[in-house]
Design a binder for this molecule. Sequence first.
Ligand SMILES: *[C@@H]1O[C@H](CO)[C@@H](O)[C@H](O)[C@H]1NC(C)=O
Ligand SMILES: *[C@@H]1O[C@H](CO)[C@@H](O)[C@H](O)[C@H]1NC(C)=O
Ligand SMILES: *[C@@H]1O[C@H](CO)[C@@H](O)[C@H](O)[C@H]1NC(C)=O
Ligand SMILES: *[C@@H]1O[C@H](CO)[C@@H](O)[C@H](O)[C@H]1NC(C)=O
Length: 501
Amino acid sequence: MARSRVVDLKIFVAIAVIVVCGFLGKSDGLHRIFEYAERRTPEVSVGLTGAPVMLSHFIELGKPEEAKKAALVTGMEKFFAKASGMPEAPTARVSYSGFITVNKTCDANLFFWFIPAKNSPESAPVTVWLQGGPGASSLFGLFVEHGPWVVDADLNISARDYDWSTANSMLYIDNPVGSGFSYSSDDSCYARSEEDVARDLYSFLTQFFVVFNEFAHQDFYVTGESYAGKYVPAITWKILQANQDQNVHQKINLKGMGIGDGLSDPITMTDYGSYLFEVGMIGYEEKRHFEQVEKNVRQNIEQGNYKIAAELFDELLDGDFNKASYFKNVTGSDYYFNILQFREPKEFSYYVDFINRPEVRQAIHVGNKAFHNGSKVESLLFEDMMKSVKPWFEDILNSGIRVLLFNGQLDIIVAYPLTENFVRSLRWRHAADFKDSPRHQWKIGAVTAGYAQEYENFGLVLVRNAGHMVPYDQPVLGYDLINRFTTGKPFSARLQYLGEN
Ligand SMILES: *[C@@H]1O[C@H](CO)[C@@H](O)[C@H](O)[C@H]1NC(C)=O
Ligand SMILES: *[C@@H]1O[C@H](CO)[C@@H](O)[C@H](O)[C@H]1NC(C)=O
Ligand SMILES: *[C@@H]1O[C@H](CO)[C@@H](O)[C@H](O)[C@H]1NC(C)=O
Ligand SMILES: *[C@@H]1O[C@H](CO)[C@@H](O)[C@H](O)[C@H]1NC(C)=O
């Protein structure tokens, strides 16, 4: 494969291809959709990669302390680039990784990497990160967007300057089963719906807090990006339900959910024509075509024809099935994550080769397990693509926990106006107050980082000069954003978090 391509949000697209091609292998299309072939290290003996660490086994034996000990990641420092730019030896960070079994009958296991906060881990919020796709690994978020380490072209690492695990204990989960290192030997155990996604994540979290019990009383947040606009509300709603259930004794200290450039409600979010026209990427004729197809997409969603809606969308915007979409044909762009860029940055793929180094596999307790490219997850979630999580979203807003939607100004696939359309359509107890509330500048020092509209527990934030992957494009802004969110500081207040780094 000549060029890799990140699978951050390959919503409809990929699936449409697979379904339409019937796996017959129009590989040009697939190459562009899925970045990587399935990777394991078959040429390397298991001795070199170590064995996978399965935490549920210890939990069942009533030995959570042993699970924790087995999950401890040691020796990340030895992967640091030595040659340049590292004035002193990197400080070791404590972290934990391994698998938690979420469905024993299915042998369904979710991989995680937990990185307790550098500052005050005993009181810092615990913040989950879920990548989109569907089918993308959350290790993309860790290594490309906001974890403590950045991978370079030589497959060595260095410390990230604006690291979300500075003041948050970050929990990266490969979700759903079949994404990244997460696996099941049985296809029937892959998620078909957001209910399935939430069920497995909930099983994961209850076990996680048995092992990491000292973190169970910290504030807990769920965050994610892109297709996680579905996952985040799904697990958040599930936790709210369980927390209200008198038969459930183990409560999760849920405080809020945050979503970056998220797809939550396709029917209000399929509206690219006017956006692309107004930023000058298409002309009047093209705008008319977009609007026609989009109307058709919405009608199909209304009629429950989710598959047809997804196929229409593929032909219009992504074009993996036809090798060229209408969007690509008329704009020449091969990248719908930022209106100013036409190609994906090279460094999006470095982390995959890094985590497949045998010594790294050994360090992070994945053994010889495959690192999946997400294609199967996507194809099996095909029916879910065009469905909405809006009713859950509204319940969550009404519950009073904090909700943040943030959006890069330059994104296409989940463009800011699409998120606005969704927000304006929400029915909840403060919908009218929210609409009436003023839009403030969000300032970091003298710099206007973006704009925020906030009312009580709900905030909508535009991040300037960022595309789809906000923390990658604007690390300083992303850092300020997460710390405001998980400490409950409004975006309109002139506070500065950068000094804490
Ligand atoms: C993704 O993985 C599947 C299953 O192993 C494989 O058939 C497919 O070719 C891979 N796709 C790409 C683009 O590497
Ligand atoms: C990167 O890692 C390789 C293999 O461990 C090592 O030989 C090389 O010196 C490292 N590069 C730098 C710049 O430190
Ligand atoms: C395990 O997965 C199967 C197949 O998806 C499902 O029917 C069953 O309810 C799951 N069990 C649990 C405990 O989640
Ligand atoms: C894109 O352009 C090619 C070449 O003109 C054409 O064959 C194809 O039908 C177009 N595809 C779409 C989806 O508009």
